[in-house]
Design a protein around this ligand. Structure first.
Ligand code: ADP
Ligand code: MG
Length: 218
């Protein structure tokens, strides 16, 4: 497999979707074959699972059920979307992946982290990201960004502040223990955050022999 999997992680409203879109435009302008996808919901089946997982009416999802639904989404996504695109040599920008499950279902819900790692291994068949960008912002800032732009909050956004705080601690601990997780200060404006991401990605894409000019588009 010649492509690379770049994952964007972080709490609600940290800017994953915005930054992925800006990255996609930038990489396209450089002639890099880039594909954007997300979890949950990166496949047709996954869209149904995403709806089940995020709709507010679904108050009765047991923690383990939630964990397994995310794993089912991931397994389908790996087979149907990630592996084929890596085989084609594409750069994949993926909105959430295995670390989200560790942060939300592990640190957030309190499920056993070693079991989650085993489940992640089953769901992914061992496919790991090549680089993970953790967009780090205070949870209050992230949640208020979301609320400023939408009246509708999903089931996870509506969790208590304490839950989001545990998730944030989870990301922090994951980043401290893994070199491939790069922390990006996501508290700055969108353009400044994008510039930092482009700096990190330029270095990686050069190291991976993707032909890319070092200039940023910003
Ligand atoms: N750096 C930023 N500063 C201010 N607002 C931002 C920033 N990044 C994103 N936003 C806004 O915050 C909201 C959430 O951003 P989004 O990219 O959807 O985050 P995520 O996908 O991580 O939840 C959007 O309305 C977006 O326009
Ligand atoms: Mg998003």
């Amino acid at each position: 497999m010649n492509g690379r999997l770049i994952v964007f992680e972080g709490v609600e409203g940290c800017g994953k979707t915005s930054q992925i879109q800006l990255c996609q435009e930038w990489l396209k302008s450089l002639g890099v074959s880039v594909v954007v996808t997300r979890e949950p919901g990166g496949t047709a089946l996954g869209l149904d699972l995403r709806r089940l997982l995020l709709e507010v009416e679904n108050k009765k999802i047991a923690d383990t059920t939630e964990l397994l639904l995310y794993a089912a989404d991931r397994s389908q996504h790996v087979e149907e979307e990630l592996k084929p695109n890596l085989e084609k040599g594409n750069i994949i920008l993926c909105d959430r992946y295995t670390d989200s499950t560790i942060a939300y279902q592990g640190y957030g819900r309190g499920l056993d982290i070693n079991l989650i790692k085993q489940l992640n291994a089953i769901a992914t068949g061992g496919l790991e990201s090549d680089l993970t960008l953790w967009l780090d912002v205070d949870i209050e800032v992230g949640l208020s960004r979301k609320r400023a732009h939408s009246d509708i909050a999903d089931r996870i956004e509506l969790e208590a502040i304490a839950f989001h705080r545990r998730v944030q601690q989870g990301y922090s601990q994951l980043q401290a223990s893994q070199d491939k997780i790069v922390r990006i200060d996501a508290s700055l404006n969108k353009e400044a955050v994008q510039k930092m991401i482009q700096t990190t990605l330029s270095d990686r894409l050069k190291a991976w022999d993707y032909i890319i000019s070092p200039e940023s588009t910003l």
